[in-house]
Write a protein that binds this ligand. Structure first.
Ligand SMILES: *[C@@H]1O[C@H](CO)[C@@H](O)[C@H](O)[C@H]1NC(C)=O
Ligand SMILES: *[C@@H]1O[C@H](CO)[C@@H](O)[C@H](O)[C@H]1NC(C)=O
Ligand SMILES: *[C@@H]1O[C@H](CO)[C@@H](O)[C@H](O)[C@H]1NC(C)=O
Ligand SMILES: *[C@@H]1O[C@H](CO)[C@@H](O)[C@H](O)[C@H]1NC(C)=O
Ligand SMILES: *[C@@H]1O[C@H](CO)[C@@H](O)[C@H](O)[C@H]1NC(C)=O
Length: 690
């Protein structure tokens, strides 16, 4: 009897020496049916199709799924002398963000002593650790993160990266996931292999769509990191997954998982036999699915036809200028001329890169003094609508205002569109505001106010003074360039619309930048002058306060700059909003006028916001007494709960008055005065783009 007990007790230990399991989907406890059900924690749920959903698209969620029994990850007696043993794992996952391009926050493969990960926080903590224990060696946590948000606090390299984290969220090794796009919604297969002898941890990923049916592991790993995991592991560790959402949210799914302990590769997953996510995502009814399928088939045909026609066209004659292009006259540059000017688009000539493409410095050939230009290279895959682009560019080219970065011309070749702009020697405003103290010192209060006035007058020109209403759609500090006199010039106008033409027609692309996005934009997707005004308000606060519109590193109450500014304003402490780096050297009347104007622009209801004409007038007057009192702050967003208090900014204003305002703004000529009788600023409905 005693012996039997001993044998029974040691059996798991013997088994643990080389242990493996495969979950091909998670229904009925996995492929073989012999696997135990995983242990869930947080909002993880098993869908009827066998896919695990760790989080949905609600803010600030955590989901965990762990193998229910602990594994012996230390060999040789355990304790201090234990050696981490080899293991290998393969899994298939997908991240489907709430808004395309804006993922939140990511998923991690985790090895931890407690499958509940007690105290863990959502958002940037990925449901792994908390602010109190990040970096503490007593955590004994290994995580391989697949992160879709760039968190500056933890030194993330970008918003699409893989990282190896030891007891911390500051990655000890990380690499960009590109060309794989983690938040594409596609199934992604990942391999993590640890060789206990060589003390080498490898991570590889591949998008399952790129491989035919079963994904094959890339020849060389994405990350190959020399690390001894012995001090990280305890005798008994749990393996599993964690995912979290924050300000913005994604659904994190797991389709299959295999694991092997004790050397050798984990059993390969047959990706084609794993359950796959229905696309478009669940929630749509059958009809719309069928419609979507038919539509995608149609689009595919059109694209195919277009592509082959284009290929044939390119084959016939590369340098052809179509007759209609001649109508747009002298702006057209020669490709080889621009290539020479930028020295073959060399990285050394790179001035910056943004949402629309990379910008190079170029020196045009000719007699000295040679003209220096900025050449923006916009990638554009489809030929559809090319004529519209050129028309659009030609019309942008005719815009002239001293506070706009002048478009001098363009050139197109294959999928590339090259836009030639005036060169701005002082670079972009955000560089000055945030990059280093020396540059920030040049931004005295007078310079800041001048720049804001410049940008306001440029926007006023776009909205009201040109022959058509031109929407900017991406007003932000990095799109404000500074010329030789440190005057502000607005760049990139009109490009957002261009970008939209190229967008996949089956997805709504919200163009803009988080923090500058008017709340109604994420709902209606329809750009308006009022949305530009909202973004301008965010810019004003950013320039006055020297802080980004959304500061992930800030304390909860300072997260959203506009909300924080509201509070300071309501408390009668407008001066506290002003950048401390100015050391109090600023004109109080001008600064409070700017803050008040910004608070008006930040109104959640579009119809409440002033026009650019009013904004420009108040900024020019620079007298706080002239600006009407901004209405009281909107009610606090209901999602603002929990320790860190992150709130989903995009959903910050779900109040019914906002709904009404959005409805009012949708009707072009409808007057909004009835809805907002108390606004002292004159009302006008939003213009719709031309
Ligand atoms: C796993 O869970 C399902 C239902 O959730 C249950 O029917 C099944 O018995 C469980 N299997 C094991 C091995 O516990
Ligand atoms: C997400 O899950 C939580 C908890 O299960 C639930 O309360 C919430 O309604 C879900 N949200 C969505 C958008 O499905
Ligand atoms: C690390 O965590 C342990 C146990 O929770 C705690 O006693 C210790 O103070 C922490 N160390 C640091 C540097 O925070
Ligand atoms: C991992 O990084 C942390 C700091 O981020 C450092 O303290 C630790 O020593 C690193 N560990 C290894 C094994 O490189
Ligand atoms: C890890 O990758 C290296 C190549 O960088 C390879 O030589 C090694 O065999 C790999 N180890 C494992 C355990 O996959």
């Amino acid at each position: 009897m005693r012996h039997l007990v001993v044998v029974l007790l040691s059996l798991p230990l013997l088994l643990a020496a080389s242990q493996e399991f495969t979950y091909a989907g998670f229904r009925n406890a996995g492929g073989g049916g012999n696997n135990p059900n995983l242990t869930f924690n947080g909002v993880t749920e098993l869908r009827p199709d066998g896919i695990l959903r760790l989080t949905n698209e609600t803010s600030r969620l955590i989901g965990h799924a762990f193998y229910p029994s602990p594994l012996r990850l230390l060999a040789g007696g355990g304790g201090r002398n234990g050696m981490a043993v080899s293991f290998s794992t393969e899994f298939a996952f997908a991240v489907v963000p709430e808004y395309p391009k804006l993922g939140g926050h990511g998923l991690a493969f985790v090895v931890a002593p407690d499958p509940r990960l007690p105290g863990a926080l959502p958002s940037q903590y990925l449901g792994l650790l908390s602010a109190a224990d990040v970096g503490n060696a007593t955590n004994h946590v290994l995580a391989v993160e697949f992160d879709t948000v760039q968190d500056f606090e933890f030194g993330d390299i970008n918003d699409n990266h893989v990282g190896v984290d030891l007891n911390s969220l500051v990655s000890n090794a990380s690499a960009s996931a590109a060309p794989v796009n983690l938040k594409s919604g596609d199934t992604i297969v990942a391999w993590i292999d640890y060789d206990g002898g060589a003390k080498l941890l490898n991570v590889s990923i591949v998008a399952a769509t790129a491989a035919a049916s079963s994904a094959s592991k890339p020849a060389s790993p994405l990350i190959s990191f020399h690390v001894d995991l012995s001090p990280i592991f305890l005798d008994q560790m749990f393996v599993g997954f964690s995912a979290s959402t924050g300000l913005l949210a994604s659904s994190h799914y797991l389709m299959g998982w295999s694991f092997k302990l004790g050397g050798g590769a984990a059993p390969p997953l047959d990706v084609s036999s794993l359950p796959s996510l229905p696309r478009p995502a669940a929630g749509k009814n059958r009809t719309s699915l069928i419609l979507a399928a038919a539509f995608s088939a149609f689009v595919a045909l059109v694209v195919l036809a277009g592509a082959s026609a284009y290929a044939a066209y390119r084959y016939k004659n590369r340098d052809v200028v179509e007759p209609w292009e001649l109508d747009y006259g002298p702006h057209r540059y020669n490709y080889s001329e621009l290539r020479r000017a930028t020295r073959g688009f060399r990285d050394r000539e790179l001035l910056g890169s943004g949402g629309f493409g990379k910008v190079y410095r170029g020196v045009l050939p000719g007699k000295p003094p040679r003209t220096v230009v900025a050449v923006k290279r916009v990638s554009h895959e489809s030929r559809q609508g090319l004529r519209e682009f050129v028309a659009e560019i030609a019309s942008i080219g005719r815009l002239r205002h001293r506070n706009l970065v002048q478009l001098q011309g363009w050139c197109r070749r294959r999928g590339d569109l090259l836009l030639v702009y005036d060169y701005m020697p002082n670079g972009s405003l955000d560089k000055h505001l945030f990059d280093d103290g020396l540059m920030a010192a040049r931004l005295t209060w007078d310079v800041r106010l001048k720049i804001l006035r410049n940008v306001a007058s440029a926007l006023l020109y776009l909205h009201e003074e040109w022959e058509h209403v031109v929407l900017h759609r991406d007003v932000k500090a990095s799109n404000v360039l500074l010329d030789g006199d440190m005057s502000g010039r607005l760049g990139d106008f009109g490009l957002a619309k261009l970008y939209e033409h190229g967008a996949n027609p089956s997805t709504t692309r919200v163009v803009g930048t988080l923090g500058y996005l008017a709340p109604e934009l994420t709902r209606t997707g329809k750009a308006t002058t009022a949305a530009d005004v909202f973004a301008f308000g965010a810019l004003v606060l950013e320039v006055v306060a020297g802080r980004r519109p959304i500061e992930p590193r800030a304390a909860a109450e300072e997260l959203v700059l506009a909300e924080w500014a509201w509070e300071r304003y309501a408390a009668g402490e407008v001066e506290k909003v002003v950048d401390a780096r100015l050391r109090g050297v600023f004109d109080v009347a001008e600064a409070s006028a700017a803050v008040k104007v910004a608070l008006w622009c930040s109104q959640p209801a579009p119809a409440m916001r002033p026009t650019m004409r009013e904004v420009a007038r108040y900024l020019d007057a620079g007298d706080a007494a002239e600006v009407p009192e901004p209405p009281p702050p909107p009610p606090p967003p209901p999602v603002c709960s929990g320790e860190v208090g992150y709130c989903d900014f995009v959903h910050s204003y779900p109040s019914s008055s906002y709904e009404r305002a959005a409805a009012a703004a949708d009707g072009v000529t409808q007057t909004s005065v009835a809805t907002f009788p108390y606004s002292p600023l004159s009302m006008r409905s939003s213009h719709v783009s031309v």
